[in-house]
Ligand binder design. Structure first.
Ligand code: TYM
Length: 324
């Protein structure tokens, strides 16, 4: 089983990124035969257009993944743009991708629905993502729910290429975690940098606590029993608290007679405990940017070898670039 996933360096990683996707990367690296994880800096160009900032976010992203437990001995970690073969493969795929398929993709559709102008890069974004996945012959793509549509698009593109030119690409499958495929943000909507409702994984404790204390809750009287299901505080608590703590808190909700302030405090304490160790590990990696760069360079070499073999295969089966 070959596993691959990518993550955009558009700012600090948040709980949604971790519980929806990164946690899967860390778990799957032990059982996969090959794993590829990359920082999707080419995709991020659609939103971050400041070179230094993007470089910083890219290095930070790799540092974060290592601190969170990605093991370069087990998984290939690299930066997307270090593998130019993927961009070339993207073009081959683009020539056979119907416009209608991309017009239905949510991030493009949403932007247009809001009356905003979109770049060709945003429109073609899912094709680059398909090239990312297909270049490494990935069977499994661990992601949050919001990426499933892109994986379906990838399957469509791969299927029609295979149909037209003969078996070339492996059909990938998306993999989401039932409990955290869509982590809510501070306002109850999906946690996302673009909604400005995130809790960053590596924010210092004080900042995280402050944000948690500001989460909006309903204004029902404190004495009323409350349903623990579908409550943002409870949903976030489930991610960082132990099973016993969650059972106890659910009971408190059902009985009623408590203040949300208490729940927020419990959530902030559980979060502090949950992240303490990785925060320390992050300091260690952050002090050694050269080590992180070396890991990325070694990862890029391995990733390039794999992607160039796939590109060659696609060129040969597809005969789209015939040698003359
Ligand atoms: P990105 O950078 O937006 O998000 C990275 C990963 O985090 C997941 N995620 C969430 N999961 C649960 N709840 C949330 N609130 C939440 N927010 C984000 C995302 O689903 C994703 O798995 N297009 C991709 C990057 C990419 C990619 C790829 C992924 C580029 N090429 C190839 C897989 C395969 C993206 O924008 O993810």
């Amino acid at each position: 089983m070959r596993v691959l996933s990518g993550i955009q360096p558009t700012g600090p990683f948040h709980w949604g990124n971790y519980f929806g996707a990164i946690r899967q990367y860390i778990e799957l690296q032990h059982t996969a035969t090959e794993s590829y994880y990359f920082i999707a800096n080419l995709h991020a160009l659609n939103t971050v257009r400041d070179k230094e900032l993007l470089q910083q976010y890219t290095l930070n992203g790799a540092t974060d993944l290592l601190a969170l437990g990605l093991d370069p001995e087990k998984a290939v970690l690299f930066v997307q743009s270090d593998v130019p073969e993927v961009s070339e493969l993207c073009w081959l795929l683009m020539t056979g991708t119907p416009m209608g398929l991309l017009e239905r993709c949510v991030s493009y559709k949403d932007k247009i629905a809001k009356g905003l102008k979109a770049d060709a890069g945003l429109f073609a974004y899912p094709v680059l993502q398909a090239a990312d996945i297909l270049a490494y012959d990935a069977d499994i793509v661990p992601v949050g729910e919001d990426q499933l549509q892109h994986i379906e698009v990838c399957r469509d593109i791969a299927g029609s290429f295979n149909h037209h030119f003969g078996e070339t690409f492996v059909m990938p499958k998306g993999k989401v975690l039932d409990q955290s495929a869509k982590v809510p943000g501070l306002d109850g909507e999906k946690m996302s940098k673009s909604y400005n409702n995130t809790l960053a994984v590596f924010d210092e404790e004080k900042k995280q606590r402050k944000l948690i204390m500001r989460i909006q809750t309903d204004s029902r009287p404190m004495e009323d029993p409350k349903d623990p299901e579908g409550d943002v505080l409870m949903d976030l608590y489930k991610l960082v608290a132990s099973d016993e703590q969650v059972a106890e808190m659910s009971e408190t909700y059902r009985k009623g007679g408590f203040g949300y302030g208490e729940v927020k405090k419990a959530l902030a304490n559980a979060a502090q405990e949950y992240w303490a160790e990785v925060r320390e590990r992050r300091e260690e990696f952050a002090a050694k940017p050269e080590l992180v760069r070396e890991i990325l360079a070694a990862g890029a070499a391995k990733a390039r070898a794999k992607a160039s073999a796939t590109l060659k295969r696609a060129q040969e089966t597809g005969a789209v670039v015939p040698p003359i």
